[in-house]
Design a protein around this ligand. Structure first.
Ligand SMILES: Cc1ncc(COP(=O)(O)O)c(C=O)c1O
Length: 393
């Protein structure tokens, strides 16, 4: 065998739970993707770009940065487009973490942070979330040590949906002025909460965003880093010159030019689907924790089928993703929970604006929780359902 570095050998490959299945046939409720189709004018902008400019040339970022700097707003040289914010995470961690260096993050965190830190042989100092997924305000900063080279705040976090107050972020920036603090704002368009204003006062702040979520472009792979130009210049060396393809740049530019469809989707999720779901769960006597666009019903194993099959029977647009228990206790899998009535567990309900028909189809096709869980994962071919977009139409 050709030897590969031991830390790479020790990392598990990210395998998708749906393995060889064609995911386009599924409702896909598992990865916080948008249920919205791309607006027509964004599709047209991509086609126009391919037809008129062509893809035989390497990408040119200038026009995109000009638009993005009006959206953010920061000067263009404070921005770096990346191949999804996954690549942004990779670039930033590579810039600061050498083997043995520490990265402080509240746990459970978005998986990519741990994967890349492991790849770099860095040490992850994970501070557990407090009761009911609250951010650990008391203990988080105490985990920062002389070996800390990066502090990560995911605001709001995936998978827990936990928000972090801007006051606390600024307090951290002041307390640790020589340690870079990365704030991941993948869900900014939903929360409308951003640390960007702090960037004027604190040069150790780095903000990360994406077009994958509210802008419905997860498949196009485009995100961006916002930071002081001197940091951006270093990040650019790590990212490489042509990491983001020109069709994604054209689509993202069109999205910024007309944000109405994105805003409508956000409004539907945050102002209608989510309050409705919240009320429904309360009325059903199910306690829950609040996330950004998620809710976390806190139910006992034996209650689950009732709670979820009822939830989707309503016009709630509340859709279920993964059980969260395994994030909280790695020794407990879904199966052990299922066989252990009475144990508390959490499920992430990723609130989407999919509407009545979607819920009806779901109810008809999968009346029980075990089935619902399969929607995003390994639904047998006999259960294949139309995509949400097809249902809308
Ligand atoms: C908090 C957070 N950050 C980053 C990402 C990565 O998104 P992308 O690489 O699609 O931009 C995700 C995706 O789920 C996320 O939830």
């Amino acid at each position: 065998m050709i030897p590969v570095k031991p830390n790479i050998c020790a990392i598990n490959t990210y395998t998708t739970p749906w393995a060889a299945l064609d995911r386009t046939e599924y409702l896909r409720l598992d990865l916080n993707e948008s249920t919205q189709p791309l607006p027509e004018y964004v599709l047209e902008s991509m086609v126009r770009f391919i037809r008129d400019t062509g893809v035989e040339c390497y990408p040119d970022y200038c026009g995109f940065y000009e638009k993005l700097s009006s959206y953010c707003p920061v000067p263009a040289d404070w921005l770096l487009a990346t191949n999804g914010s996954d690549q942004g995470i990779d670039v930033i961690l590579r810039a600061f973490l050498a083997p043995g260096d520490e990265m402080v993050v509240a746990r459970p965190e978005f998986a990519m942070f741990g994967n890349i830190a492991n790849l770099l042989d860095a040490k992850i100092v994970g501070v557990p979330y407090a009761e009911q997924f609250q951010f650990p305000y008391e203990t988080f900063h105490e985990a920062v040590s002389a070996a800390t080279r990066l502090i990560v705040i995911i605001n709001p976090n995936n998978p827990t949906g936990t928000p972090v107050s801007l006051e606390y972020i600024e307090w951290l920036l002041l307390k640790f002025p020589t340690i870079p603090i990365l704030v991941d704002e993948a869900y900014y368009e939903y929360t409308k909460t951003t640390s960007l204003d702090l960037l004027k006062r604190h040069d150790n702040l780095i903000v990360l965003r994406t077009f994958s979520k509210a802008f419905a472009m997860a498949g196009l792979r485009i995100g961006y880093i916002i930071a002081r130009p001197e940091l951006i210049a270093h990040f650019e060396k790590i990212r490489g010159p042509f990491a983001v393809n020109s069709v994604a740049l054209a689509a993202a530019t069109a999205q910024i030019e007309n944000q109405d469809p994105m805003q409508k989707h956000v409004e539907e999720v945050m102002e209608r689907s989510k309050p409705f779901t919240r009320e429904f769960l309360s009325a059903s006597g199910v306690s829950f924790n609040r996330g950004c666009r998620e809710l976390f019903p806190n139910c006992r194993a034996r209650d689950r089928s009732f709670c979820f099959s009822s939830a989707i029977t309503q016009d709630s647009g509340a859709l279920i993703t993964r059980p969260a228990t395994r994030w909280l206790d790695p020794h407990e899998s879904w199966e052990t929970i299922r066989d252990a009535p009475g144990k508390n567990c959490h499920h992430r309900i990723s609130v989407k604006g999919a509407g009545v028909l979607l819920c009806k189809v779901m109810t008809k096709t999968c009346g029980r929780m075990t089935m619902i869980r399969r929607i995003g994962f390994t639904k047998p071919p006999s259960m294949v359902m139309p995509m949400p977009n097809a249902i809308w139409a």
